[in-house]
Design a protein around this ligand. Structure first.
Ligand SMILES: [Zn+2]
Length: 354
């Protein structure tokens, strides 16, 4: 009998619970992660200092680096600093998304595994094979290996500004739209779908969409954090960001590139973009459901709620397909004119109410 299987690049340690950071030393003493105990911690220059004061006594063999700043230059500098300082078993990215993305890129550059210790839940980047970094052209996505460990302490997450936790809800729920875009592309262009990657991303989104709780309770935070991790791994399964990124993300990238100084959080823009894209695909019921849930968590569903006029949003949607050439979503499928986008948006705004 033929036996066909595949190996999935995935973390060896995933620990999501209140108080997880109290056991950081035990988790990192795992022989698979740190056989010699030599670790390079990447932290931010600001809030990272508090974390360093807390953990430095538990890791006498570790070195601490605060070059990570969310830019490609910062990530290269971090890699150079780590390389110069000595030999390590692993890089530990301890902080928010910017720190983790810099640490992911730097770890890949020096050939070390990365453990992500996330202090907020703003997006699915904490466990994805992609580092999003600011560069001279705006913002770029760089392919990197998946982290080998993910640690999320819910007590620490509660200390993060609530906006940075809520944003993750938008980045997860929009996967319903991203996977639907993938299926649309399969029907229209014959693009192959990876069923496992699609299932992981969609079920993560469904779990958050249907969870009755909010960011104040651990059960909801656990579901949100686990969903973000699964979305990240779905990208490793697929080999690119396809299961996690469709028209929702094209719209978010277009906000970032068209209005770099005014853009909102990635997850906020993706949630809004996902609800609108779902509406464009003609699935009004799901679009309404997504909008209700986003609104219930205090997330934007209309551009004006993040400070953009209708005209600006139309400009963003028109530009969106150019942010991801080669990706086929409802935006490329409909190829709407400026006036058609304006009409579609008016229908959307009317349908989801306020
Ligand atoms: Zn995202």
């Amino acid at each position: 009998m033929p036996v066909l299987t595949r190996l999935i690049p995935s973390p060896v340690a995933v620990d999501i619970r209140p108080g997880a950071l109290d056991d950081l030393a035990t988790i990192l003493s795992d022989q698979r992660i740190a056989p010699s105990g030599r670790l390079a911690f990447a932290i931010s220059g600001g809030s990272g200092r508090v974390l360093r004061e807390r953990f430095a006594p538990s890791f006498p063999e570790a070195d601490w680096f605060d070059d990570a700043d969310g830019t490609i230059d910062g990530a290269v500098k971090l890699a150079d600093s780590i390389k110069k300082a000595g030999r390590y078993d692993a890089v530990i990215g301890l902080g928010g998304g910017k720190i983790i993305d810099c640490a992911k890129y730097a770890a890949a550059r020096v050939g070390l595994p990365l453990v992500a210790v996330a202090t907020n839940l703003a997006n699915d980047g904490l466990c994805s094979p992609v580092a999003t970094l600011d560069n001279d052209a705006g913002r770029g996505s760089y392919g990197v290996p998946n982290p080998i460990g993910i640690i999320i302490d819910l007590d620490v997450i509660r200390e993060a500004p609530v906006q940075f936790v809520r944003a993750g809800i938008g980045d997860v729920i929009c996967k319903i739209s991203a996977v639907a875009d993938w299926e649309l592309s399969h029907r229209e262009t014959g693009e192959q779908i990876d069923g496992l990657a699609a299932a992981m991303a969609r079920q993560a989104a469904e779990a958050v969409l249907r969870h009755p709780g909010g960011v104040d309770d651990d059960a909801f935070l656990t579901t949100l954090a686990e969903s973000l991790v699964l979305c990240g791994i779905s990208m490793s399964v697929a080999g690119d960001s396809r299961p996690a990124s469709g028209a929702c993300h094209e719209i978010s990238h277009a906000f970032d590139l068209t209005f770099p100084k005014r853009s909102a959080l990635h997850g906020e823009q993706c949630g809004l973009g996902g609800a609108f894209a779902t509406f464009l695909r003609g699935d009004r019921e799901t679009a309404g459901q997504m909008a209700d849930v986003l609104r219930g968590h205090g997330l934007p569903v209309l551009p004006e709620e993040i400070g953009f006029t209708v005209d600006e949003f139309v400009e963003v949607v028109e530009f969106a397909p150019q942010t991801r050439p080669g990706r086929y979503t409802i935006l490329e499928h409909l190829d709407l004119s400026t006036d058609e986008i304006r009409d579609a948006y008016a229908d959307y705004a009317k349908a989801i109410g306020s």
